[in-house]
Design a protein. Structure first.
Length: 413
């Protein structure tokens, strides 16, 4: 088991462990596909659009029938609405009324918006000549050619991509099966919310917080009440879960205290991969394999859980689903100077804002203790100090990850 490794090395090991696992595939209806990861490339079975159609409400014309010294009057030969196809032929000096999305009758090559015309019975007077042939005509295959790869395996299915699948005539789609996740919190001091506290106890905030973090990733987890600091009960519960779940996440019990039993348990009953990372908060992260499960042990402090979940559990879940379009960090300027002892990659909380000039700014939160969960509710982002950074000045650019809405701020600090 590797100990005290760099953050990037830890991420690489997490992703490598995920990539060595088999992915199951299932087929779901489009209404249930949002947020899922596409399992197979999707090729267009038809050109999009499949026929020439009008981009506006107006009149289909032959461009040559209009002259530069306007106005010109053409005879209305009929009406063509979306969803129908009339048998019109383009005779010189005629036009056809068309609505948005309606097929363009053969022989007509241009559409003029209704706002640029006047109607007098069967006569349509045109007040302007289109700038070019084909104006407001959507051509066959303009959006995609038949046989073109429209969506790639590994893509996250969002609203637009689901719309594309529907436009291809698909009502079901193959996706990677989401991993099953078991959640455990550990500690004799933990009491479930809703129950009275005894002296020395605290409420278990990590359990519902972890469930919420997993829900943000589209994962419906199974969570047990807090387990006591008893190595035998810990082993029995975790080994049962290790035979039924793809991923086990625990909180607490991973440091070097007298009641931190998990490093020994994983060494004796599983396959440890690493323990402890040069990051703050969250140094004593434990990672490995237990039974048929991947195992990720997070620290017990709630802010450490927030940071380590976002930086390690989420990449792990993405890799277990072969997700290819993961979010990249944003770059923001610091509003205030920061100093510390270098040596670990540090994830600090802050408030991310966008200035009126479009510049992103992040204001560091001085309440940076890993137990300060209430302080974390004031923040909407994590920002990064690299291992070698001891001092940063106001205006320095840092990697930033938003986990809530970005606010609009002022133009400058």
């Amino acid at each position: 088991m590797q100990t005290m490794i760099s953050f990037q090395h830890a991420v690489d090991l997490v992703i490598d462990a995920a990539n060595r696992r088999e992915r199951a595939v299932e087929t779901v209806g489009l209404a249930r596909a949002s947020g899922r990861v596409l399992a197979q490339d999707i090729f267009s079975p038809l050109p999009l659009p499949p026929f020439r159609n009008s981009a506006v409400d107006g009149f289909a014309i032959r461009w040559d029938d209009l002259v530069d010294d306007m106005p010109t009057e053409l005879h209305l030969a009929g009406e063509q609405f979306a969803g129908a196809s009339g048998a019109f032929s383009a005779q010189p000096g005629t036009c056809v009324l068309v609505t948005t999305g309606a097929p363009i009758p053969e022989g007509f090559d241009t559409v003029v918006m209704r706002e640029h015309t006047e109607r007098d019975g069967a006569g349509i007077r045109f007040h302007r000549r289109p700038a070019r042939v084909g104006e407001f005509v959507r051509s066959v295959g303009e959006d995609a050619a038949m046989g073109e790869c429209l969506l790639s395996a590994g893509s996250t299915l969002n609203a637009a991509r689901i719309g594309v699948a529907a436009a291809c005539g698909l009502d079901r789609i193959a996706v990677i099966t989401r991993p099953t996740v078991a959640v455990f919190t550990l500690g004799d001091e933990l009491q479930q919310p809703g129950n009275p506290l005894c002296p020395g106890q605290i409420y278990d905030s990590n359990r519902p917080m972890l469930q919420a973090l997993l829900a943000e990733c589209g994962i419906e987890s199974v969570s047990w009440p807090a387990l006591p600091d008893d190595p035998n009960r810990l082993k029995a519960a975790l080994m049962d879960a290790a035979e039924a779940f793809d991923l086990i996440i625990t909180c607490g019990g991973v440091s070097a205290g007298d009641k931190d039993f998990l490093p020994t348990l994983l060494r004796d009953a599983g396959k440890p991969i690493f323990w402890k990372i040069r990051m703050k908060p969250g140094m004593p992260v434990l990672f490995g394999e237990l039974g048929r499960s991947v195992y990720l042990g997070l620290p017990g402090n709630p802010v450490s859980v927030l940071a380590t979940f976002r930086q390690l559990a989420r990449p792990l879940l993405d890799a277990m689903q072969s997700r290819s379009d993961v979010a990249l960090p944003m770059r923001a300027k610091l509003r205030a100077p920061v100093s510390r002892s270098a040596g670990r990659r540090e994830y600090r909380r802050g408030t991310l804002e966008v200035g009126m000039d479009g510049q992103l700014w992040v204001t560091p939160d001085p309440a940076d203790g890993s137990h300060r969960l209430v302080a974390a509710t004031r923040n909407n982002a994590l920002w990064v100090m690299d291992e070698q950074d001891a001092e940063l000045s106001a205006g320095d650019v840092v990697d930033t990850e938003a986990f809530a809405h970005i606010l609009r701020g002022t133009a400058a600090p």
